[in-house]
Design a protein around this ligand. Structure first.
Ligand code: UDP
Length: 462
């Protein structure tokens, strides 16, 4: 939209290619960063896989395809993490290299590759072409710090701290339930663990390290990483939400791997009283068990509250029979939505979330109290911060089978929606909304860091 190009043209000839891992939770923050760069006059190209390329449409961000070797179906076609990662490395390196070469003799040669830290080979490609390389970490600084310490041999696997909290500089004491799944059970997730650790394998060659978080939120955690890579950390960077007035007309990310039922959601929300709706989503990847889905379903029904629940097409058969019909009066179940719009709507009061890092930042940036139902991976650590460090929500407790029961969900809903504790949480949510706005506003900590990055880019004026 019209305001995007106005701020500066000093870097109009600097061409940066951004490369996300092709899942929703990775495309969104990289795309958001691409928009920020474009708003500062940088020419940006987002390179993404053939399978995802058509799902992205943002003014001032050129989108170009590269190949992961599974052009028809992406990750789902590969069916296996190991196979996917190695195919992406081989095919991605070749096609990214071709993309860079395509621009070499143009008036906008690529000068820097900002790559998702899950794709460290992209840094090797950048360096082969003599370009700058910036690693973009999409997880929280706390989680990055844990894996970074494992890489440096400062923490050994598996982490077994059932008896005492784990103490990591810059982080609060972490109990066993707070730790990412892959560090507790490395043997069960070798491919994911390898992916997490390989982020650091060639990081000493990177010219910048960018983190998707902000100073007030995770300043100490970010410092604990920068102590291990001096001078490389220029984040904390963007919160993954758009902020009113910053880029006018920007109503969301501009990327959706599924069709969002935006109109249906906003029309429905319009009919609901202010601060009355519970929004529920498990994100784009998690596949909760049918038993867990059933507990959430009956919990929502019994609460009597209005709710919007995103249940992806692939998960719909886990809903209890008759659930949608029996809750029609109160609830709306959709296969996908524009999450930012739903969170921002005045009718929305509470976010029941799996606690992916983007969802966490979005809830926080838009001031919506959260109930964490973390399923695995980093979500466990994110939920700890939501409940205990930022105090913007609660974490639902699982039973011995790892299931959050209906009664527990009802208890959490009550805690977040009514009574004394809910007031504290609401106040904190408002405070963090303000802080994240400050970080992103002109002269705020993240904005300055982005300026620092942009000003470090050499301009090409041939
Ligand atoms: N999202 C969305 N619509 C939905 C559910 C999710 O647009 O119905 C977006 C959400 O705004 C977030 C991303 O999908 O930016 C999910 O990322 P997150 O890190 O929260 O979780 P993941 O899907 O990676 O587990």
């Amino acid at each position: 939209p019209e305001t995007i190009m106005k701020e500066s043209t000093d870097h109009a000839h600097a061409h940066v290619v951004l490369l996300p891992y092709p899942s929703q939770g990775h495309i969104n923050p990289l795309l958001q960063f691409a928009k920020r760069l474009a708003s500062k006059g940088v020419k940006v190209t987002l390179a993404t896989t053939h399978y995802t390329v058509n799902s992205i449409c943002v003014p001032d961000v050129r989108v170009e395809p590269i190949s992961d070797g599974f052009d028809q179906g992406g990750y789902a076609q590969a069916k296996n993490e190991d196979l996917y990662v190695s195919s992406f490395r081989t095919n991605g390196s070749k096609t990214l290299s071709e993309l860079i070469k395509k621009y070499q003799n143009s008036s906008f040669p690529v000068i820097c590759v900002v790559y998702d830290s899950f794709l460290p080979w992209a840094l090797d490609v950048a360096k082969e072409h003599g370009l700058y390389g910036a690693a973009f970490f999409t997880n929280s600084a706390a989680v990055c710090s844990i894996f970074c310490r494992i890489h440096h041999g400062l923490l050994s696997l598996p982490v077994k701290n059932e008896d005492a909290p784990l103490l990591i500089p810059g982080l609060p004491p972490l109990n066993f339930p707070d730790l990412p799944t892959f560090v507790k059970f490395p043997e069960s997730y070798p491919a994911y663990l390898h992916m997490k650790l390989s982020q650091y394998s060639n990081l000493d060659k990177a010219d910048w390290i960018l983190g998707n978080t902000f100073e007030a939120l995770e300043g100490r955690e970010a410092k604990s990483i920068s102590e291990l890579w001096p001078g490389k950390l220029i984040g904390p960077m963007v919160p993954s939400a758009y902020l009113d007035g910053r880029i006018k007309g920007d109503r969301g990310y501009g990327s959706s791997l599924w069709t969002p039922l935006s109109e249906q959601c906003s029309e429905w929300l319009e009919t609901k009283p202010k601060q009355s709706v519970v929004y529920v989503s498990f994100g784009s990847m998690v596949s909760p068990t049918a038993e867990q889905m059933k507990e959430v379903a009956w919990g929502l029904k019994e609460s009597g509250l209005h709710f919007i629940w995103v249940v992806r097409e692939s998960q719909q058969d886990k809903l209890p029979d008759g659930f949608i019909d029996s809750t029609k009066e109160k609830g709306l179940v959709v296969t996908w939505c524009n999450q930012l719009e739903v969170l921002e709507h005045p009718a929305t009061r509470c976010f029941v979330t799996h606690g992916g890092w983007n969802s966490t930042l979005e809830g926080l940036s838009l001031g919506v109290p959260m109930i964490g139902l973390p399923q695995w991976a980093d979500q466990l650590t994110d939920a700890k911060y939501v409940e205990e460090i930022w105090e913007v929500g609660v974490r639902a407790k699982e039973d011995e089978k790892g299931i959050v029961r209906k009664q527990e969900l009802l208890k959490c809903l009550k805690e977040v929606m009514e009574g004394e504790r809910s007031e504290v949480i609401r106040k904190n949510a408002g405070k963090w909304k303000k802080k994240s706005e400050e970080a992103m506003s002109q002269g705020g900590s993240s904005d300055k860091n982005i300026d620092y990055f942009v000003n470090s880019l050499p301009c090409h004026t041939n």
